[in-house]
Design a protein around this ligand. Structure first.
Ligand SMILES: O=C(O)CCC(=O)C(=O)O
Ligand SMILES: [Fe+2]
Length: 240
């Protein structure tokens, strides 16, 4: 099954379609945060991120950027470090939905033997402090445990009585179908130090960010990966 083309979700404006992972250990991703590509960050996701980071001891966390990873059952995400953000003292929040995965958490270099762990639907991982810049990868997507096509938390549609419910029944149907064969991971990041501002495209800081990226890629790889229907990564940047 091919991953459907990315669409606007919850007001996300995507600044780039990222690429991509194949079924080996290769990974690549364009990593750029530019002022010109800012768009409003979804309020509900920012609130959730605030609550999670507060509970983990990071009251000042500001949700400024996000990546959506869409995984097929045979997708994988290669080994990488998330270092494009300018502020690494803030945590990186990772939310998982749908089918499960194996997550490998390594060390500060590629040589360190990784610790494998399972990520299930509804799990939240917080990479902070020493773990913020550790190598990691997602080598396998697996059926969620316990039987049934969908994890229990996704098996019932959201209540239509709730006026704050953002997901319409027809949207839910699409999501429900999609999640039966897929995993979605959403990472939320603070990019800037407190009081910082996004670089403009082409300015010195922008160049530094792009060059400093450990899994920087070129457009052609992204395009090729999309043609093959590989895992898609989508990035959004916020504005106040
Ligand atoms: O899918 C995952 O659990 C990890 C995603 C990730 O490492 C990333 O987006 O940088
Ligand atoms: Fe990552």
């Amino acid at each position: 099954m091919r991953v459907p083309p990315p669409t606007i979700i919850n007001g996300f404006s995507f600044i780039g379609r990222m690429g991509l992972m194949d079924n080996t250990s290769h990974s690549s991703c364009l990593q750029k945060y530019y002022k010109e590509h800012q768009s409003p960050f979804p309020v509900d996701l920012a609130e959730l991120s605030h609550c999670v980071s507060l509970a983990c001891g990071f009251p000042g966390f500001k949700a400024e950027a996000g990546i959506l990873n869409y995984y097929h059952m045979d997708s994988s995400l290669g080994i990488h470090v998330d270092e494009s953000e300018l502020d690494h003292s803030s945590p990186l929040l990772s939310f998982s939905f749908g089918q499960s995965s194996i997550f490998l958490l390594g060390g500060l270099s590629r040589d360190v033997s990784p610790t494998p762990m399972m990520m299930h639907s509804g799990d939240i991982m917080v990479m902070s402090g020493a773990s913020r810049l550790l190598y990691h990868a997602v080598p396998r997507i697996l059926r969620h445990p316990g039987g049934g096509i969908l994890p229990p938390c996704l098996s019932a549609p959201p209540s239509t009585d709730d006026p704050n419910q953002l997901c319409s029944p027809s949207d839910w149907e699409v999501c429900e179908l999609y999640m039966q064969f897929s995993r979605i991971n959403m990472t939320v990041r603070q990019v800037l130090e407190a009081g910082g501002s996004f670089p403009e495209e082409g300015d010195k800081m922008g160049k530094r960010m792009t060059q400093g990226d450990s899994y920087h890629s070129v457009d052609i790889e992204t395009q090729e990966a999309e043609e093959q229907g590989l895992t898609k990564r989508i990035r959004t940047v916020t504005q106040d």
